[in-house]
Design a protein around this ligand. Structure first.
Ligand SMILES: [Zn+2]
Length: 347
């Protein structure tokens, strides 16, 4: 079949065609005989049930290969997207997740577990995110509750349970990472005023070591107290200055305003502690997206105890080497042509 449709096979934007064709062929399944005396090379010979099943598998696999190739809507001059189709106005990540669920649901309904395994392997192998933690935030965390919500699936069976174990384990191993939290009493400053908000953002930002904050108001006693209270987290130097602005009218006097700059520098270890806190929050949010503690226990058994130890910072989690999600016909890495910059091989 694929050799008859070379343009469609080469075109990465034919997801809708393949998924619709597979659905139509599934609807046709009850109308074909179990076996026919079909002879090779005979035109117009009737198709039998086995050949139709193979054809459905081919279509579903072609759809699975295209889960990530979604159009990004371009804004029109009126502010909205050019498209009128509702599905195309959803954000790209949501549409990718829609496709993942559609392929898995369709394939599972006809017992095509190979395609499910193939697609789940694709998700794990797919590059294109800024970091592992952003992949968890942007793809896995919104995907998990919807995947668990598929009513026609048995979540306790491979390959789905293997997929859950693998992504949960990878999250604990690579996102949470370190075995113990650095010993710093990270905290927010508290009162919600402008100065406190700025200090809180600085403390909880794991990507910066130092930062300057400029204020046009006087550096108040309250701010001084808050900075002094955080002396174990960062050092602070205050620099003052005066800015003079020329007035709009010629005869008016120049306007001057005093400003205060807080030069903040985190103490050693605080950045590491902040990063650990950020990673722990991402891990917890991801686990919550999978389900309750009982659900995690059910999926991860007998490794649930190790999960708990990793979350408590007792020891680092290492994923099981024996978890095999790799399908027999694993896709070539070049499927991710957009992220690798390599030329895509024919599908
Ligand atoms: Zn305050």
């Amino acid at each position: 079949m694929l050799s008859c449709l070379p343009n469609l096979v080469m075109d990465k934007e034919t997801y809708a065609f393949w998924i619709k064709l597979s659905e139509m062929l599934v609807g046709y399944q009850t109308k074909v005989p179990q076996k026919t005396s079909r002879k090779k090379g005979v035109p117009n010979a009737p198709i039998d049930s086995d050949s139709l099943t193979n054809l459905i598998r081919v279509c579903q696999k072609q759809a699975a290969l295209r889960w990530s190739f979604v159009d990004i809507p371009q804004a029109s001059r009126f502010g909205g997207p050019y498209y009128s189709d509702d599905s195309s106005t959803r954000d790209p990540t949501t549409r990718k997740i829609d496709r993942i669920l559609e392929v898995i649901k369709t394939a599972w309904a006809v017992g095509n577990e190979d395609v499910c395994r193939f697609l789940l392997f694709e998700l794990v192998a797919k590059a294109g995110w800024r970091s592992t933690r952003s992949k968890y935030q942007e793809l896995y965390t919104p995907l998990m509750p919807r995947l668990r919500g598929l009513t026609n699936m048995d979540m306790s069976r491979p390959p789905v349970v293997d997929f859950f174990r693998l992504v949960i384990g990878t999250c604990l191993q690579d996102v949470l990472g370190k075995c113990s939290a650095p010993k710093h009493n990270l905290r927010t400053m508290g009162c919600g005023c402008t100065v406190c908000q700025a200090l809180d953002r600085f403390i909880l930002d794991g990507s910066v070591q130092s930062q300057n904050h400029t204020f046009w108001q006087a550096f108040t006693t309250h701010a001084q107290q808050q900075v002094n209270a955080a002396a174990d987290l960062f050092t602070c130097q205050v620099r003052t200055g005066v800015r003079i602005s020329q007035p709009a009218r010629k005869r008016s006097k120049p306007v001057s305003a005093s400003y205060f700059v807080l030069q903040l520098e985190k103490r050693p270890g605080v950045v590491g502690a902040t990063n650990y806190l950020v990673c722990k929050n991402i891990t917890k949010a991801f686990l919550a997206s999978v389900g309750s503690d009982d659900v995690i226990r059910e999926i991860m058994a007998p490794r649930y105890e190790d999960v708990q130890k990793a979350l408590m910072g007792v020891c680092k989690y290492l994923i099981d080497a024996q978890i095999q999600l790799t399908p027999a016909d694993a896709p070539a890495p070049s499927v991710d042509a957009t992220s690798t910059g390599q030329k895509r091989k024919p599908l």
